[in-house]
Design a protein around this ligand. Sequence first.
Ligand code: PRP
Ligand code: 7HP
Length: 180
Amino acid sequence: MSMRDDIAKVLASEDDIRARIKELGARITEDYKDKEPVFVGVLKGCFLFMADLVRACDVRCTVDFMVVSSYGAGTISSGAVEIVKDLSHDIAGRDVIIVEDILDSGNTLSYLKRYMNAREPASIRIVTLLDKPDRRTADVEADYIGFTIPDAFVVGYGLDYDQRYRNLPYIGVLKPEVYS
Ligand code: PRP
Ligand code: 7HP
């Protein structure tokens, strides 16, 4: 059986994602035209979005990555954010753009924003491909949002369930029977 058989509904198709990233890229290009931002991708979920987003941004920039984990193998955030790999470069004085695949409870991004703020960057903005506002418990919002989605567990385009489905080229809602 194909992994596609585990998807109940497509929330953002490959075409939807491509078109939206083009729009986000145009906005970021305009907003950072006189700056040289550092895009900080939050792995692993961001790997496809980051790759497509930076190519849609016509700005001088650098890239860096952090690896963090808060979900373990389940579908609910454990609340505790673990830094598995830190920034490789100093962000003091830099214009930081944090790149996330999804903003859900907000635990991860509120932690990362505080963590990076302590390193005294010139500015921090957040870009997330997906925003699930109904689930927010932490006080954090994104500056650029690809798609606002309902409270359903989604996979694909970098997002996983138990490390799987990241290579699905679109965003889909996982059939509940797959994880229940
Ligand atoms: C996912 C996602 C975000 C976070 C969002 O990461 O990539 O970092 O959860 O959820 P929150 O707003 O409730 O904190 P995960 O810990 O699953 O790791 P991954 O990127 O390796 O999939
Ligand atoms: C994290 C996460 N990972 C995959 N799918 C979702 O819906 C998620 N929310 N938070």
